[in-house]
Design a protein around this ligand. Structure first.
Ligand SMILES: Cc1ncc(COP(=O)(O)O)c(C=O)c1O
Length: 385
């Protein structure tokens, strides 16, 4: 069967390729996966089971259960002081993954450009392409704490520029961009009438710094599509629940696509999300405490073995430079996997400027982290000898 040229042109995710190899091997310690190692807290699972017992097994409104949208709206209002009308400005989606796709498809005309600071989540650029847009990558590096410089954003704006995608806390770098820098980007978006798509899925996983919600910045609200979800903060990757909040017209446009392609997010998972927002805060706090402990240990160990690693202040990733070893990211990851049975993700999977780095997820046990760091230190010593 003939496959569409657009789809054919998409690369297979660099992460997937690598983990196909990992899955064939025994005894590998994986720092590769981007998902919590915790099981969804029991109270959330129990609420879901109870909803099934009570017979909640139907479609919901295309927008999602109103009760859930009200809780999402209240959560955003409480944390960031901005209001979204639960009736018209919030759409519950099948993960943030679907929300990214819907946001792009709702706003792009063929050939419109979307500015994407890299390194970034692997789905952004393919989703832009699938929405007939053109991704315009801007590289960032450790020297700016993996934050795009305002002049880079300004230089990337052409007459076809339509939107910019932001993601802080960031996957894969763990970087959190502070309010003044984000405000400068919002000002540029305003000047050039760009939509801001902000993926804040890691916003609750933050260590010793403050999260800035982009939509809360001066002049941002009207032009921002705010995306968030339950996968990371509540260890609910398998439930597939995310949401978008924005201007009612944009949400309605996104809802139309969602209506014809998904119908609605699964009711059982929506019931679980309701419980997460009502009573899950303490569970998230405990996970954050554990991530923070692991974060300090992994960053300390990486720096000690001579791999420069900027302190990540969000998400659950460390992104050390491996440039001192003289190996490329892929050589480093492949050799580390075969020689020491430790899996990390080559940084170039997240964009060309990720070359020279690897992503290490610390969403795994302390015991695994310690053992993986011992093996990695031995590997680095051997390579540098
Ligand atoms: C930055 C970012 N956005 C979105 C997603 C996808 O999240 P979801 O499980 O809600 O689809 C991920 C998953 O790794 C991610 O890292």
């Amino acid at each position: 069967m003939r496959i569409s040229g657009k789809v054919k042109s998409l690369p297979v995710s660099g992460i997937r390729k690598f983990f196909d190899i990992v899955s064939q091997m025994d005894d590998v310690i994986s720092l590769g996966v981007g998902e919590p190692d915790f099981t969804t807290p029991w109270r959330i699972r129990e609420a879901c089971i109870y909803s099934l017992e009570k017979g909640y097994t139907t479609y919901t409104s295309n927008y999602g259960l109103l009760e859930l949208r009200k809780l999402i709206s209240a959560d955003i209002q409480r944390r960031f002081g901005i209001s979204y009308d639960p009736e018209t400005q919030i759409l519950v989606t099948v993960g943030v993954s679907e929300a990214i796709d819907l946001a792009l498809r709702a706003i792009l005309e063929p050939g419109d450009e979307v500015i994407v600071p890299e390194p970034c989540f692997v789905a952004y650029k393919p989703c832009v392409v699938l929405a007939d847009g053109v991704p315009v990558a801007i590289p960032t590096g450790a020297e700016t704490g993996f934050a795009p410089k305002p002049e880079q954003v300004e230089d990337a704006v052409t007459p076809r520029a339509r939107a910019i995608m932001l993601c802080f806390p960031n996957n894969p770098t763990g970087a959190v961009m502070a309010r003044p820098g984000l405000q400068k980007i919002v000002d540029i978006a305003r000047k050039h009438d760009l939509v801001i798509i902000t993926d804040e899925i890691y916003d609750k996983l933050i260590y010793g710094v403050e999260h800035t919600c982009v939509a809360s910045l001066d002049g941002a609200y009207e032009r921002t599509i705010y995306l968030n979800g339950f996968s990371k903060a509540f260890a609910m990757t398998g439930w597939r629940i995310g949401y978008a909040a924005a201007d009612a017209e944009v949400i309605e446009a996104m809802m139309k696509i969602h209506q014809y392609t998904m119908m609605c997010a699964p009711i059982t998972a929506q019931m679980a999300a309701i419980e997460a927002l009502r009573n899950g805060e303490g569970d998230t706090a405990e996970m954050i405490r554990q991530y923070d402990r692991r974060r300090r240990i992994i960053v300390g160990a990486l720096n000690e073995m001579g791999l420069d690693c900027l302190e990540p202040t969000g998400a659950f990733y460390a992104f050390p430079s491996i440039k001192s070893t003289g190996l490329s990211s892929e050589e480093f990851a492949e050799r580390l996997l075969h020689e020491e049975k430790v899996a990390v993700v080559p940084g170039n999977a997240f964009g060309d400027c990720g070359e020279g780095y690897v992503r290490c997820s610390y969403a795994t046990s302390l015991e695994n982290i310690r053992e993986a760091m011992d093996r990695m230190a031995a590997f680095v010593r051997r390579v540098n000898r």
